[in-house]
Write a protein that binds this ligand. Structure first.
Ligand code: NAD
Ligand code: UDP
Ligand code: UDP
Length: 324
């Protein structure tokens, strides 16, 4: 498929953190974008810069219900992503992953459209292999408090794989690792947003457990580039493919880095580790390198600096928010 030809593209969850960046990127590339979102965690502010653009359309819709529209491509990003949000209404989280995927796959099947699923590193659960490769089957608690998301996303992968095998659909599965950047919600409870808001407010910075658990943080622009490359990858390549940064860092290190970059005097406060919190997480991205020619290019400090600038300007200074 020629990625330069203009297409009609549906982005579910387009008013969320990743979705809003994706909508912007696709519009800039000359495509028409229909953003489908029920505003469960997304906001109109995230897409305010696109409202009124002739190639952009917004539809308030919950993908757990059927959707009959016309399109050439579907990016299925709809789903709350932060533990605080996906555990708020866990049944709805599973419904979004499972019923939502069935509806979007049914839509793709009727239209013979390509469809990309935003899966997650959470399908690996609390992994006992490092780094995680796509052929690792994971270590997931099926009925713990994270299961609505982890198992929901695993079932979504099953559905995508079966629609491919059974109906020959062109599916693409991205396993996204922790991603950060402008337009994260200040109240989403994720580590980067929490620590930045706390550092900027001069409040104690909350580190769960002893802070020795690791994550690998990918800057949003890099991740969006990976998603677009995957969608435009050759027919027959379906993934799943890991998309994430391989720079593994402890939560305590990230807290100290953020504090330093913010010039903050906040202290670091240790809090209990949440149930089922994975100890280590780091992607093996060989497959993405080989098949997509992709790897993240933004150094952690640079990405954190840009994200801090967003949080500072949006929530700690009056005046217009920075272009994100
Ligand atoms: P987000 O919460 O900011 O965005 C999700 C969007 O989906 C929101 O706009 C929300 O309103 C919308 N939504 C939720 N349920 C819906 C439904 N039933 N119908 C229609 N819209 C619905 O999260 P995000 O960080 O932008 O994540 C986007 C996708 O990427 C999610 O599928 C998430 O699982 C996946 N992902 C994200 C990360 C990350 O680090 N951000 C990591 C792995 C996977
Ligand atoms: N669907 C949809 N839009 C479409 C086509 C289908 O939302 O354009 C939904 C519909 O709810 C359907 C589901 O997708 O039940 C799965 O579609 P599929 O064709 O796979 O199976 P069906 O249930 O129609 O036999
Ligand atoms: N975390 C933390 N302080 C916070 C929020 C999160 O120490 O204020 C920890 C959390 O326990 C986890 C890591 O940071 O070990 C990443 O959490 P996040 O919710 O951002 O992502 P996920 O756990 O889904 O990878």
């Amino acid at each position: 498929m020629n990625p330069r030809l203009p297409r009609r593209i549906v982005v579910t969850g387009g008013a969320g953190f990743l979705g809003s960046h994706l909508c912007t990127r696709l519009i800039e590339a000359g495509h028409e974008v229909l953003c489908v979102d029920n505003f469960y965690t997304g906001t109109k502010a995230n897409i305010a810069h696109l409202i009124g653009h002739p190639a952009f359309e917004l539809l308030r819709h919950d993908i757990t219900f059927p959707l009959y529209i016309e399109a050439d491509e579907i990016y299925n990003l709809a789903c709350p992503a932060s533990p605080v949000h996906y555990q708020h209404d866990p049944v709805q989280t599973t419904k979004t992953c499972v019923h939502g995927s069935i509806n979007m796959l049914g839509l793709a099947k009727r239209l013979n459209a390509r469809i990309l699923q935003a899966s997650t590193s959470e399908v690996y659960g609390d992994p006992d292999r490092h780094p995680q490769r796509e052929d690792y089957w994971g270590h997931v608690n099926p009925n713990g408090i994270r299961a609505c998301y982890d198992e929901g996303k695993r079932c979504a992968e099953t559905l995508f794989a079966d629609y491919q095998r059974q109906y020959g659909l062109q599916v693409k599965i991205a396993r996204i690792f922790n991603t950060y950047g402008p337009r994260m919600r200040p109240d989403d409870g994720r580590v980067v947003s929490n620590l930045m808001m706390q550092a900027l407010a001069g409040e104690s910075m909350t580190v769960y457990g002893d802070g020795g658990q690791t994550r690998s943080f990918c800057y949003v622009d890099d991740l969006i580039d990976g998603l677009v490359r995957l969608m435009n990858s050759p027919d027959g390549f379906h993934g799943p493919v890991n998309l994430g940064n391989t720079h593994e860092t402890t939560v305590l290190e990230i807290a100290r880095t953020i504090r330093g970059l913010a010039g903050s005097a906040s202290d670091i406060e240790l809090r209990p580790l949440p149930q089922d919190d994975p100890v280590r997480r780091c992607p093996d991205i060989d497959l993405a390198r080989r098949m997509l020619g992709w790897e993240p290019g933004t150094p952690l400090e640079e990405g954190l600096r840009r994200t801090l600038a967003y949080f500072r300007q949006r929530f700690f200074q009056s005046g217009p928010a920075p272009a994100a």
